[in-house]
Design a protein around this ligand. Structure first.
Ligand code: FE
Length: 207
């Protein structure tokens, strides 16, 4: 039975990010893991008031509630993956210059940002996400564990890297640093980050 939430189409072909992320990884990550979060969420919200809510509303309403942990986790992972695919592009990577590039100066410019973002992603212990966000008018790097995301932290997500093992193990085995470095240098979709920053409401786009 179809539920209120659907797996959105990928913004590119499954082979478009190779060799940085292979089509095999994408078919598993998108076609199995992401789909499983969506299906599970639909199953869990069926017949509950959550069935009529947006992902953002569900995340806000269930965070920290022990009896809604499964719903929170699957809503968070659905939102995070919806957002993540847009953060990657076969035409991504490189110094964004101008616009958002100027706001990277506090990190030590583009090079400094790449180092700090990679370090944050590598240092995230266990499963989780590394984020570039906008909060209180400036850009910040932060990480979240498991299904958490920055929406409940007063921050607007601009970019993210999935550091769950399912995101890289097929291509990089245990070498998370190699995966993260390649994604940052070759795939980060700065155009998407600019759009999220301009709208300040990227969460709506990923719903
Ligand atoms: Fe993932």
């Amino acid at each position: 039975m179809p539920g209120p939430f659907q797996l959105p189409a990928l913004p590119w072909d499954e082979s478009a990010l190779a060799p940085t992320i292979s089509s095999k990884t994408l078919s598993l990550h998108y076609g199995k893991h992401h789909l499983a979060y969506v299906n599970k969420l639909n199953e869990l919200v069926a017949g509950t008031p959550y069935a009529d809510q947006s992902l953002e509303q569900i995340i806000a309403a269930t965070k920290g509630k022990a009896d809604a942990r499964k719903i929170y986790n699957n809503a968070g992972q659905t939102w995070n993956h919806n957002f993540y695919w847009n953060c990657l592009s076969p035409h991504g990577g490189g110094d964004p210059k101008g616009g958002i590039g100027k706001q990277l100066e506090p990190f030590g410019g583009y090079e400094g940002f790449c180092k700090q973002f990679a370090q944050a992603a590598v240092d995230q212990f266990g499963s989780g996400w590394a984020w570039l966000v906008s909060r209180d008018g400036k850009l910040e790097i932060l990480t979240t564990s498991n299904a958490d995301n920055p929406l409940t932290m007063g921050a607007t997500p601009l970019l993210t890297i999935d550091v769950w093992e399912h995101a890289y193990y097929v291509d990089y085995e245990n070498r998370r640093p190699d995966h993260v470095k390649a994604v940052i240098e070759k795939l980060l979709n700065w155009k998407w980050a600019e759009e999220c920053l301009a709208k300040g409401g990227s969460q709506r786009k990923a719903a």
